[in-house]
Design a protein around this ligand. Structure first.
Ligand code: ADP
Ligand code: MG
Length: 471
């Protein structure tokens, strides 16, 4: 077979730079196996050699990243040898170059390591690996009892990828900050190392790309791309379905990364066990790391989140309005932000100040009906004690009898969900218990509701009764 290195041979003429590049190729050909050499180096094109910078063109971004990751230690000393005056190498993309069908073996990984003083000018990395929303940082993430564990775990992972909790699985309802946390990890890691291979992908995109890859016969490129990540952030894994091998592919990528101590963080709207249509082995992989949940924020946290926004965006909104919005939008943080945005828009369009009256009318539009029925802790206590046949004295006391303990936790859970009381307030009403005890109780009941349908029906029944009596 005629070597394409001959394109750069003296017989073909060519500039001094082209000849030097030809010499590099000859050396590479002698170093690498023929398959790798023709897949990765023959498609490269010498462009120029000016101002300390050697510029080479490659067919696509993937090609550049692949060389950089797998062959840089082989390539750098050879370039140094033939381009001694150069200090940097830069790759550009020339889509007219024909990539060879890439083969995945990379013998270069084991080749003797030189420590090349030549630096690679990384012009491509940024748009190749994910860019993150600059608003989604840990600094902008307001902490409260509802998301504290998740924030601590995410932040620990970003400080110590692959070596703290792996995989980290964050779950919780919509609009509660999962994507924010995931991107905060990406942002933090980027600050520490601008060139780290952090990949963010939503499962939607993952599946779409995978199907494209099958169509284009580039399944190997696809999985190589993900396997090169140092940190893989996967958003909304609940959408992963048994479809055309996506799960299979995902599992292998996942396993491969974990085996090499690469960090994986996953978000989902439900815990792993409740993911439908997922293979057992994938679920147990998810379970092998740390799971943390984000819950709906309590009133204090909702106020804190609004105030944080007001402060960072320098808005002028009276406290009573903040309180009113926080009291009335209790589903999720996205809606809370939405209400604030609508309020600001309405005020500026109608040239009126932001007042309680304006807030009321905006919220009425958003929510359709006015919801200001307030359920008191007393009502919850009355119904719960009656239902479980325990006395008010017992429920706030220290007794550990099974029925009493259960009634107590149910009361914690319902006070939290229906009365919108803070953990602290509930604790005080329950005989001065600590807020962590309340948080534990709320979580336990939430968990049982998810796991045990019969129990959930029981809770729904009590809830209906409370709502009836609360009127
Ligand atoms: P999810 O991915 O869980 O559906 P997001 O991460 O998209 O939710 O969050 C929805 C919106 O709420 C985003 O604009 C996000 O910045 C904001 N948000 C969520 N949690 C917090 C928080 N603790 N502090 C400040 N903003 C938050
Ligand atoms: Mg999200």
């Amino acid at each position: 077979m005629e070597s394409r290195v001959d394109n750069y041979s003296p017989e073909q003429g060519g500039s001094k730079g082209e000849l030097q590049w030809g010499a590099c190729l000859k050396d590479l050909e002698g170093t690498l196996n023929p398959q790798s050499f023709s897949s990765w180096f023959l498609p490269l094109q010498y462009c120029s050699d000016e101002n300390d910078i050697l510029t080479l063109a490659a067919p696509n971004k993937f090609h550049i990243e692949f060389i950089e990751y797998n062959y840089w230690k082989t390539l750098a000393p050879i370039i140094e040898k033939y381009f001694p005056a150069n200090r940097k190498v830069q790759f550009i993309i020339n889509r007219n170059l024909q990539p060879q069908a890439p083969k995945i073996e990379t013998e270069a990984a084991d080749s003797p390591v030189h420590s090349p003083s030549l630096s690679l000018k990384k012009v491509m990395t940024e748009d190749y690996y994910s860019t993150f929303n600059s608003r989604y940082t840990f600094e902008e993430f307001v902490e409260g009892p509802h998301n504290q564990f998740a924030k601590v775990a995410a932040s620990s992972v970003s400080e110590n990828p692959g070596r703290s909790y792996n995989p980290l699985f964050i779950y919780g309802g919509t609009g509660l900050g999962k994507t924010h946390l995931l991107q905060a990890i990406g942002n933090r890691v980027r600050v520490r190392d601008p060139y780290s291979r952090v990949m963010y992908v939503s499962v939607d995109t993952f599946m779409r790309d995978f199907i494209d890859a099958i169509k284009n016969n580039s399944k190997n490129d696809f999985s190589m791309l993900y396997r090169q990540a140092d940190i893989l952030l996967v958003d909304d894994v609940q959408f992963l379905r048994l479809r055309e091998g996506t799960q299979e592919q995902f599992f292998h990528i996942f396993n491969d990364l974990l085996q090499r101590d690469k960090q994986i963080v996953i978000t989902s709207d439900r815990p792993p066990k409740e993911l439908e249509g997922l293979e057992e082995r994938l679920v147990s992989r998810f379970l092998s790391g740390l799971m943390v949940d984000v819950q709906a924020p309590d009133l204090e946290s909702r106020i804190a989140i609004l105030q944080h926004k007001i402060l960072t965006e320098n808005l002028d909104i009276p406290y009573e309005v903040v309180e009113f919005v926080a009291q009335n939008i209790n589903s999720n943080i996205r809606e809370l932000e939405g209400a604030l945005t609508t309020l600001l828009a309405r005020s500026s369009l109608s040239h009126t100040d932001i007042s309680l009256g304006l807030a009321k009318s905006v919220l009425m539009d958003i929510k359709g009906v006015k919801r200001n029925r307030i359920i008191s802790i007393d009502t919850v206590q009355n119904v719960v004690t009656r239902y479980y046949k325990v006395s008010p004295h017992e429920i706030i006391g220290k007794g550990r009898r099974k029925e009493v303990a259960q009634a107590r936790q149910v009361m914690m859970y319902l006070c939290r969900n229906l009365c919108d009381a803070s953990l602290k307030t509930i604790g005080l009403r329950l005989g001065g218990r600590d807020h962590t005890t309340i948080m534990y109780g709320v979580r336990e009941i939430g968990k049982r509701c998810r796991e045990d349908n019969g129990f959930k029906k029981e809770i729904d029944l009590i809830t209906q009764q409370i709502e009836f009596e609360g009127d």
